[in-house]
Design a protein around this ligand. Structure first.
Ligand code: BMA
Length: 377
């Protein structure tokens, strides 16, 4: 190789890698609304420097309260709401007025619009019932996915359910009249085997077909153009395993997984190691695919480790360009199971001081900063 060819070759490789890391992939929905595209681009720009902090059902209820105006447990502790808000639309498919955790859909819509108005971000999951027998998402009779695919006995019903999801999504408009962009995370934890769409319950091919059908049906048949598609797994230990059921770069925008810490606080060491290694796998994939990565659901129920936020959670994700992390809901005391179920600190909680430290480290973003980042512009 001549010296000149060599120099040209080096330049070409450099240009390619700069281009790969600097520019976000086009969204799966090629007709996504301007604000939806902007949100993705902005998150892409911020991926090395900012991590949006999120909480499920943050505005609806918290530890010992329900539907207090403009309240969230995060605000009680940190003086401001989170940057990201998780919602779940299970129940919509059956025309229920409330979701599976009793949040009225009309209230949820209002919260979603309010969040957008103040510059925060919304993410939606869907613990949809098993369409084959009407039982819950946790009903794992095998073969359900096959039956809702085109040609399957329950395909029409699944389409009717998607019709309702489409209406819901298109009804989310901010006070500027624009559609509210949503990070949509269907068929979550799909490498687990506790939902009817899990890995023991269907083949990789069936899962991919279901994903692609769903995306096409929403975006083409219904012209839903405010969704950013979040691909989400539970456990995996290699990129091959993570991608086994991945529908392809054309059909997913964010790569994510869910993971929780269980047991004594000493387990934090193992949790951190495992989470870091999963994040490394995601970061490697995201770099070549030019996608975002996230920890879409996490937590340590009741947070019995007072230093969990800075000692375990943050070091688990901070080595990689993670766009957001969301902790699960604060149901508080549950009389039926006689236990406490919450993942974010509330005022006076033992981990609140450490949580504050975590949110003030310059990289973790809460509501006010999210508003000033102009994520939709
Ligand atoms: C689980 C628990 C349940 C809840 C479900 C869906 O992790 O929080 O109480 O119904 O998520 O939100």
């Amino acid at each position: 190789m001549s010296r000149l060819t060599m120099v040209k070759w080096v330049y070409a490789v450099l240009a390619l890698s700069v281009c790969q890391t600097a520019v976000a992939q086009q969204l799966a929905d090629k007709q996504a609304s301007t604000e939806t595209k902007k949100l993705y681009k902005n998150l892409f720009k911020l991926r090395e420097t900012k991590i949006l902090f999120g909480h499920q059902d943050a505005l609806a209820y918290g530890f010992g309260w329900k539907y207090d105006a403009d309240r969230s447990d995060i605000k009680d502790v940190a003086g401001e709401h989170p940057a990201l808000y998780g919602w779940d639309i299970a129940g919509l498919e059956n025309d229920s007025p409330v979701n599976l955790d009793s949040v009225p859909f009309e209230k949820m819509k209002k919260f979603i619009r309010d969040v957008y108005d103040r510059g925060g971000v919304n993410t939606i999951s869907w613990h949809l019932d098993n369409p084959v027998n009407g039982k819950s998402a946790w009903d794992t009779i095998p073969g359900s996915v096959g039956m809702i695919l085109p040609g399957g006995a329950k395909h029409q019903l699944y389409k009717q359910w998607l019709d309702k999801v489409a209406l819901f999504m298109k009804d989310l408009k901010g006070s500027d009249g624009k559609l509210v962009p949503i990070l949509f995370r269907p068929f979550h934890e799909l490498t687990g085997s506790w939902f009817w769409w899990g890995k023991r319950e269907c083949s990789p091919q069936e899962m991919k077909r279901l994903w692609v059908f769903t995306l096409d049906y929403l975006s083409r048949r219904h012209q839903v153009h405010n969704l950013i598609y979040v691909f989400n797994t539970a456990d995996f230990s290699s990129s091959q395993e993570f991608l086994e059921r991945y529908p392809g770069d054309e059909y997913a925008d964010i790569l994510s997984f869910d993971t929780y810490q269980f047991g004594p606080k000493e387990n934090g060491v193992g949790f951190r190691k495992e989470t870091e290694s999963k994040m490394n796998i995601l970061a490697g994939l995201a770099k070549t695919k030019r996608k975002l990565i996230a920890l879409a659901e996490t937590g340590y129920e009741t947070i019995p480790d007072p230093d969990w936020w800075t000692g375990v959670l943050y070091p688990s994700i901070s080595n990689q360009p993670v766009s957001y992390v969301l902790v699960w809901r604060n149901a508080g005391y549950r009389p039926h199971s006689k236990d406490y179920h919450y993942y974010a600190p509330y005022r006076g909680h033992g981990s609140a001081p450490d949580f504050l430290k975590f949110t003030k480290n310059g990289r973790i973003v809460l509501g006010k900063e999210a508003g000033s980042l102009n994520l939709y512009k």
